[in-house]
Ligand binder design. Structure first.
Ligand code: CP
Length: 307
């Protein structure tokens, strides 16, 4: 794995390797062998992803290079490529990029000589979010084969839905979508169920935020969305005893989910955030190891656990 941009081409073995490495990192984190710089280039806002990358880098003993778009030379017209190339030239060993374009990484392909991690690409993909979601499911169920996972909400505009649909399908889960009219994405060969059906049959209910900022026009009155398409108290009561609820957050409380359910027994929403640090430590470590810049004896320390 030379970069981490998408879950589409990830094999089942690669995914399990990341999850097992993340578990090993959770139990026994170790610093990498020498000073390394990670540049966190967020061209879109973030709380969880940016902060958990920062914590992951610190726990790995890395130096973090911050970036604020408003005070950067992008305000003078510098391009994404030139900004990224500049951080590489100055000494970044690793580039973590979030950008509003769905395929921002296409213009960097083959032009940058350090590993790149996709921290969110418009409506395209959010592969590190997917890995932390998978880790949360894995900790709960121990496998994915035959698991009923319903991804519910604004599928059409969600990079989280896309990355998880690819990865969960690869892992053998039974993936379904539940979406309000206009929020479907027909590019997937994945069946749709109603929210009531979803709550009756799922092992994992993965809720999504309505991505208002990616809509061309106002689409739903948020007052009626919860009752029509969200996780209400009544729907939660219908769920099977062992079923869990995920949400990548930020949560629109009272829209996708009744605010009383955000921290209910089934909810793993804050667990997902915690897992974000372990997962990102694992992805950084695997990539740096692949580039010859990571932990000493990485394979013995982590990959033997992972395979
Ligand atoms: N889930 C997620 O990507 O959150 P942030 O936008 O806060 O990083």
């Amino acid at each position: 794995m030379r970069e981490f941009l998408s879950t589409r081409e990830l094999s089942s073995d690669s995914i399990y390797s990341i999850l097992e490495t993340a578990e090993a990192m959770r139990k026994k984190p170790e610093s990498i062998r020498s000073e390394r710089f990670a540049a966190n280039l967020f061209f879109e806002v973030s709380t969880r992803t940016k902060t958990s990358f920062q914590v992951a880098e610190k726990r790995l003993g890395m130096e973090t290079l911050d970036f604020q778009m408003e005070s950067s030379s992008m305000t003078k017209g510098e391009s994404l490529y030139d900004t990224v190339r500049t951080y590489e030239a100055i000494g970044a060993d690793l580039l973590i990029v979030r950008h509003a374009y769905d395929h921002w990484y296409d213009e960097l392909a083959g032009r940058i000589s350090v590993p790149i991690i996709n921290a969110g690409a418009g409506k395209g993909e959010h592969p590190t979010q997917s890995m932390l979601d998978l880790l949360t499911i894995y900790q709960e169920f121990g496998s994915f084969e035959g698991l009923n996972v319903v991804i519910a909400g604004d599928i059409k505009h969600s990079r989280v839905a896309r990355s998880n649909a690819y990865a969960l399908t690869t892992l053998g889960a039974n993936v379904s979508f539940a979406a309000a009219p206009g929020f479907e994405d027909d590019s997937f060969d994945i069946p749709y169920v109603s929210m009531d059906e979803a709550c009756d049959m799922c092992d994992v209910l993965m809720l999504l935020r309505i991505q208002h900022e990616r809509h061309a026009q106002v689409s739903y009155r948020t007052t009626s969305y919860l009752g029509d398409y969200g996780l209400t108290m009544e729907r939660e009561r219908r769920m099977r005893d062992h079923a869990i609820v995920l949400h990548p957050a930020p949560v629109n409380r009272g829209v996708e989910i009744d605010t009383r359910l955000v921290e209910c027994d089934r909810s793993r929403i804050f667990k997902q955030m915690e897992n974000g640090v372990h997962t990102r430590m694992a992805i950084i470590s695997i990539l740096l190891n692949e580039w010859g810049a990571g932990h000493e004896n990485f394979t013995e320390k982590y990959q033997t656990i992972a395979t």
